[in-house]
Design a protein around this ligand. Structure first.
Ligand SMILES: Nc1ncnc2c1ncn2[C@@H]1O[C@H](COP(=O)(O)OP(=O)(O)OP(=O)(O)O)[C@@H](O)[C@H]1O
Ligand SMILES: [Mg+2]
Length: 368
């Protein structure tokens, strides 16, 4: 089911799974990992941490950092998965919840594809199992007619399952997870049987702060999780380095023929994002209004990325203010009326006054 269609070669796949894209790093870690591994884990917890945070191995293999931020948070996340509690990653949009969850599953189980995308329409069947109705009608209930959910497969194979946006899922469907997480069993009454989770099984769920209150987790379910809150990057420098790193990777995989972005240009975009998000300038002197959108690191990455594409195909191949202005304004002004006012005020009271931002100011004026 998760096989890539035969006609698509791996290098043609638009976005490879983490275990494909970083297969080289994972196999080097595997070969040089001499620490004890929890049952069914591909790597020891320490090696999983190195995979997440980066480092270099004895043989010189360089492991690129996937998560940039607090080491302790990642230690807690990895350690949780070695216990009988599941892991819940919470944070505002764009704080790498899905990204970290994918890499954890790839490093621990070698498989990040056992994924359920939570929505208001997610049904119990997609969390447990469904039926192949043609077979069900012709043969009656049988193991062959059962369609396993990703969670069921993870239980059977002793792998990590992933559930995205858990708090968007209706409460009664969320609660199907309780038996799975506490009993580690999923009854299949139609077959008079049950599936017992194999060692190595665990679950990573993600939830967005912005959805708080939509479908709050029941306290029974909450108790089955250890929660790790992923923060917005602490400092401007951290956020700039996240953006630079991710843009480099994305530009390489999309083969955008542009020079890597100048650091100044990225710094400026990240500064704009941080100031508008915080509602105050970096020097703390000027109070600002915040726009309605989330202005996350993820959006800063796409602004720079889109700017690079413009520069490569319609500019001189080097990212400049002219290339970033259009997508930046698009990211900030989500509501043309309200956000438009916030943006123009920022432009005139902050951007205009910065001596080294003149070209940027002009470019923004031209598209605002
Ligand atoms: N601290 C960080 N370290 C490394 N990458 C980061 C960090 N913060 C954000 N990113 C990057 O931001 C992008 C978006 O992250 P992701 O989609 O995982 O966010 P999310 O928290 O799941 O957001 P949402 O709530 O909207 O689903 C990823 O490409 C990721 O690399
Ligand atoms: Mg996400």
């Amino acid at each position: 089911m998760t096989q890539t269609q035969p006609s698509a070669r791996l290098q043609d796949v638009l976005r490879q799974h983490a275990e494909q894209a970083y297969a080289h790093e994972l196999s080097a870690l595997h070969a040089q990992d001499h620490r004890p591994r929890p049952p069914q884990w591909k790597l020891s917890p320490q090696a999983v941490l190195t995979y997440l945070l980066g480092g270099s191995l004895e043989d010189g293999t360089v492991i690129t950092p996937k998560y940039i931020g607090d080491r302790r948070l990642m230690e807690i996340a990895v350690a949780t998965l070695a216990t009988d509690r599941a892991l819940l990653l919470i944070g505002v949009p764009g704080t790498a919840k899905s990204w970290v969850s994918e890499h954890l599953a790839a490093a621990i189980s070698g498989d990040s594809t056992l994924l359920i995308q939570g929505t208001a329409g997610t049904s119990e069947e997609s969390v447990r199992y469904g039926w192949n109705y043609a077979r069900l009608l012709s043969e009656g209930p049988s193991p062959a007619a059962l369609v396993e959910s990703p969670v069921l497969r993870a239980m059977r194979e002793g792998k990590i399952a992933r559930m995205e946006e858990l708090t968007r899922v209706q409460s009664d469907v969320q609660d199907t997870l309780i038996t799975i997480l506490s009993e580690k069993t999923l009854p299949v009454p139609e077959l008079g049987s049950e599936v017992q989770a194999v060692r190595g099984f665990n679950l990573i769920a993600t939830a967005n702060n912005r959805d708080k209150g939509v479908n709050e987790l029941s306290s029974a379910l909450k108790r089955r999780f250890n929660t790790v809150v992923l923060p917005v990057p602490d400092s401007l420098d951290d956020e700039v380095s996240i953006v630079v790193r991710r843009v480099g990777q994305l530009a390489a995989s999309l083969e955008i023929p542009a020079a890597p972005p100048a650091l100044d240009e990225v710094r400026r975009i990240v500064t704009v994002f941080r100031e508008l998000r915080a509602g105050v300038t970096e020097d703390g002197r000027t109070k600002l209004k915040s726009p309605s959108g989330s202005l996350s690191t993820a959006e800063a990455i796409s602004v720079v990325n889109q700017g690079l594409a413009l520069a490569a195909h319609f500019g001189n191949g080097e990212l400049g203010a002219h290339d970033t202005a259009a997508s930046l304004v698009g990211a900030v002004v989500k509501d043309p009326v309200q956000d438009g006012v916030v943006w123009r005020e920022y432009l005139e009271t902050v951007v205009k006054k910065r001596d080294d931002w003149k070209a940027f100011y002009k470019a923004c004026r031209a598209v605002s």
